[in-house]
Design a protein around this ligand. Structure first.
Ligand code: GLU
Length: 291
């Protein structure tokens, strides 16, 4: 049997809150229970929002709640070249293409189509699927976009990628999806459309960097919030395209505030730092999150 490897992968783009404490400590408890290794991965691809000050606050907060990690943390911003080269492989295989529409242009296109009665498909996060037609561009037109001045993104060509998907691609879920899904879950990556693999200013998307790093770090158990349950379909597809091993997945319930809303980095009252400064102890935190 291989040694189980767990990871907690927060983004230092704001203050950690009770939901992060829950996820980190559940990960740690499961890793220790399995006699496995606990890794910390810093998902700081967004170098504008993930500042060094936020990172050091994050590490302090994690230590304060008693989260422990067994190896030096991996920082994604140190590995942009690796992500870029994986994207280049997909471009070479014509499984990805450079795309030019900005978020507002996408919104506008979709609004136009909807005003004419079309029902535009949305991804599980509610964002409209990519409407651009650059996926049909010739190699010369693609080259023009890449070398031009426009801020392009690199997107997966979902139709081509899904055509390469092994039949019956699925994952083993030991937690629960939002509708109680459990056990073998069929992957449905098409629901994400031509999702972004990289941007000019951030050479990797969350999906891409997460999948590559999970494999590179030998992660066998992905334990994370239910809000990422559907992302697993995209992750399984990328794992299949890159020939990477499949971890086990455990999606846990999300902590909600008193009004039933998902906790967010913008609500100060549940920030670990705020709770500590107003006198909470580590044990109080464990009690509040029900551990
Ligand atoms: N960095 C992601 C977040 O903070 C978590 C990614 C994951 O666990 O796969 O929400």
């Amino acid at each position: 049997m291989t040694q189980p490897v767990f990871r907690f992968a927060p983004s230092p783009n704001g203050l950690l809150h009770l939901g992060h404490a829950y996820s980190a400590l559940i990960n740690l408890a499961m890793a220790r229970e399995a006699g496995g290794t606990m890794l910390l991965r810093i998902e700081d691809i967004d170098t504008v929002r993930c500042t060094p000050a936020r990172l050091s606050m994050m590490l302090e907060d994690l230590e304060w709640i008693g989260f422990e990690w067994d190896e030096a943390p991996r920082r994604q911003s140190d590995h942009f070249d690796a992500y870029r080269s994986a994207i280049d492989d997909l471009l070479d295989e014509e499984l990805a293409y450079p795309a030019l529409l900005s978020r507002s242009q996408i919104r506008q296109r979709v609004a136009e189509a909807e005003s004419e009665g079309a029902v535009w498909p949305r991804d599980p996060d509610g964002a409209p699927l990519y409407p651009g037609d650059e996926r049909h561009h010739s190699p010369e037109e693609r080259q023009e976009i890449v070398s031009g001045d426009g801020d392009h993104t690199i997107r997966l060509d979902m139709e081509k990628a899904a055509a390469r998907m092994p039949i019956g691609l699925d994952w083993h879920e030991t937690g629960r999806g939002p509708l109680g899904e459990h056990g073998q879950i069929p992957a449905n990556p098409r629901q994400w459309g031509d999702f972004i693999l990289g941007r000019r200013d951030a050479p990797a998307s969350y999906h891409l960097a997460c999948v590559l790093d999970d494999a590179l770090q030998g992660v066998t158990h992905v334990v994370r919030g239910q809000d990422l349950f559907h992302a697993t379909s995209a992750h399984r597809l990328l794992q299949a395209l890159f020939g990477l091993p499949e971890p086990q997945y455990h999606h846990h319930a999300l902590l909600l505030d008193s009004q039933g809303r998902k906790l967010s980095k913008s609500i100060e009252s549940t920030a670990l730092r705020h709770l500590r400064e107003t006198g909470a102890t580590r044990d109080d935190i464990r009690r509040i999150i029900g551990l």
